[in-house]
Design a binder for this molecule. Structure first.
Ligand code: F6P
Length: 323
């Protein structure tokens, strides 16, 4: 293998730049030429493929987002789109690709490998931490710290005014950010998509908390909770109980930006080295994952076939500590 390419795909996550830097520099260290694909798979189809060198990734290890830009590309889901992309890669003499993104991006990578024999290795980049085959995804640590800091600030004002706050965090199908930021921020209640929300039980629990002397309370809500968004749940509380004037804060894309934590920078750096070394050793159709502090290469399909199991014990920890 002489030439490889790297791209970021799907929702951006803090640490993607550190991952890009690691892929580019590991390739150069090993005597490979390396190209960057702009705007994810869309750039592969549109031939937005640019040469990169060690200096083109200088000064980005501490930057959020992705210097290559990212996209969710519908055209790549079709065989015609992938054929066009493979033709462009061949034109540049590119034999291997590192894809930094979530499991949706891995489906595309798998198809590119199976249909066009382009070697592919995935690196898990998403704030949701919902990819099988790895204990951590790049960006999760930063996002949960951002959410925790926001909860800390909200707690100050909640306590000063004896208020109930609903804080909505990201996670359309995953409650990981909610439960970790909730425990770290000392939330009274945490609502996640993995568990059905029982509104009468929530109201009862808030009442008990008030009776025990809590004058302010924080409820963390993952955006994909089955009872609705935080704003809907706050409205229901008003309708069904004596609680009035609960406030709602939606953290939204605040959680996707910002300088990555040391954990995410190091995770992305290690994964980038492992991904390129994997390609050099002849691996393909695999993803890099971290298990017990070790970098492992696993089939890409593990990302969607063996999804991360939500740890319900964390909800129990939060319940015990909110006494
Ligand atoms: O997958 C990462 C994520 O941030 C989810 O938590 C969230 O639901 C989604 O992306 C939002 O995507 P978009 O930026 O396209 O609205």
């Amino acid at each position: 293998m002489k030439r490889i390419a790297v791209l970021t795909s799907g929702g951006d996550s803090p640490g993607m730049n550190a991952g890009l830097r690691a892929v580019v520099r590991t390739a150069i260290y090993n005597g490979l030429e390396v190209f960057g694909v702009k705007r994810g798979y869309q750039g592969m189809i549109d031939d937005k493929i640019i040469p990169m060198d060690a200096r083109s990734v200088s000064g980005i290890i501490n930057r959020g987002g992705t210097i290559l830009h990212s996209a969710r590309c519908k055209a790549f889901r079709e065989p015609e789109g992938r054929a066009q992309a493979a033709e462009n890669l061949r034109k540049h003499g590119i034999e291997g690709v590192v894809v930094i993104g979530g499991d949706g991006s891995y489906h595309g990578a798998q198809a590119l490998f199976e249909e066009h024999q382009i070697a592919v290795i995935g690196m898990p980049g998403t704030i949701d931490n919902d990819i099988g085959g790895t204990e951590y995804t790049i960006g999760f640590d930063t996002a949960m710290n951002t959410a925790m800091e926001a909860i800390d600030r909200i707690r100050d004002t909640a306590a000063s005014h004896d208020r109930i706050f609903f804080v909505e965090v990201m996670g359309r199908t995953s409650g990981y950010i909610a439960v970790i930021a909730g425990i770290a921020g000392g939330a009274e209640e945490i609502l996640v998509p993995e568990r059905k929300t029982d509104l009468p039980a929530l109201i009862e629990s808030l009442r008990e908390a008030r009776e025990k002397g809590k004058s302010s309370m924080i409820v963390v809500v993952a955006e994909g909770d089955d009872a609705g968004h935080a704003i809907d749940i706050a409205a229901k509380l008003e309708e069904l109980s004596e609680f009035r004037g609960a406030k709602v804060t939606v953290l939204g894309h605040l959680q996707r930006g910002g300088s990555p934590t040391a954990f995410d920078r190091v995770l992305a750096s290690r994964m980038g080295v492992a991904a390129v070394e994997g390609l050099i050793q002849g691996h393909s159709g695999k993803m890099v994952g971290i298990t017990n502090q070790h970098m492992m290469l696993r089939p890409l399909s593990e990302a969607w076939e063996c999804p991360q199991h939500f740890d319900f014990n964390l909800l129990r920890v939060a319940r015990v500590l909110s006494v």
